[in-house]
Ligand binder design. Sequence first.
Ligand code: HEC
Ligand code: HEC
Length: 241
Amino acid sequence: MRITLLLAASACIMAAVLVHLSQVEGRLLRADPDAIPTNAALMAFARGRGEALFVAHCAACHGIQGQGAPGRGIPILSDSDWLYGTGLVSDIEQVIKYGIRSYHPKTWNLAIMPAYATAEPSARDSQIPSLSPGNIRDLVEFLIHEQGRSADSAAADRGADLFAGAGGCYDCHALDGKGDSAIGAPNLTDRITLYGDGSRESLSMSIAYGRHGMCPAWVTRISPAGIREVAVFVYSLSHPG
Ligand code: HEC
Ligand code: HEC
C-alpha cells in the first residue's frame, strides 16, 4: 500500500516537472530569439540544455568550448568574428536549422569560393576567369599587404587591381576585402584564417582550388526548442556574462 502511494506520488512529481519543462520550452519558442539574452531565467534554462545538445551534436567539429579548428575550416564560435550574420541568436539559429552548404533546400549556399587555377573556376558563374600562377601570387601579396604584413609592393599593386577588377574577388569579399556576412564570405584583411596558417602557401591554395566548408542542417534531427537552446548556448560562448 505504502509503495503504491509512493509510486503515485513520484509519478505526480515527474508529471509536474514535465509540464513545467514543456511550459518553459513553450515560452522559449514564443519569445523573440534576440530578446532571450535579456531574460535571465529563460537564458539560464536554455543555456544549460543547449550545452548538453552542443556536446552531443556539435563539439566533435566545433570543440567543447566552441574553439573551432582554425586552419582546418572549422570557425571559432566563441569570438565576435562571424561568417554569417552578426552573432545574434536569430542568426545562429538560422545556421543551425538549415546548415551551410548542407543538402537542405533552405541551406546557406549563396557563395562558393571559386577554384581559380582550374579551367572552369565556378560551376555557377561562367564569367569568373581562370587565373595564372603569377596572378595568384600577386593576389596573395595584396592580401598579405592588407593584413599589415610585409609584402612585395609591386606585386601587391597588381594584386589590388585583380582583386577589384578582372578577378572578381570584390564581388563576394567586398571592395575593402572585409568580406560579406550576408553570404558567408570571410574577411580577408584580418589574420583570422579559416583555412591554413595564413602563410602564402595556404592563401594560394584557397585561391587556386576553392573552398566549400559545410555545416550540417539540424532541423530534422533536433526539436525546434532544442535548436533554440543550442543557439542560445552558442550565443553565450561569445557573450560571456
Ligand atoms: C561535421 C562538422 C560540423 C558539425 C557536426 C557542426 N558544424 Fe557548424 N560548421 C561546420 C563548418 C565546417 C562550418 C563553416 C562553414 C563555412 O565554411 O562556411 C560551420 C559553421 C557553423 C556556424 C557559423 C559560424 C559563423 O562564423 O558564422 C555556426 C553558428 C555553427 N556552425 C553551429 C553549429 C552547431 C550549433 C552545431 C551542432 C548542432 C554544428 N555547427 C555542427 C562544421 C560542423
Ligand atoms: C563567388 C564568391 C567568391 C568570389 C568571387 C571569391 N571568393 Fe574567396 N571565398 C568565398 C567564400 C564563400 C569563402 C569561404 C569558403 C568557406 O567558408 O568554405 C572564400 C574564402 C576565401 C579565402 C580563404 C579565407 C580563409 O579565411 O581561409 C581566400 C584566401 C579567398 N577566398 C580569396 C579570394 C580571392 C583572392 C578572390 C578573387 C581572385 C576570391 N576569393 C573570390 C567566396 C568568393
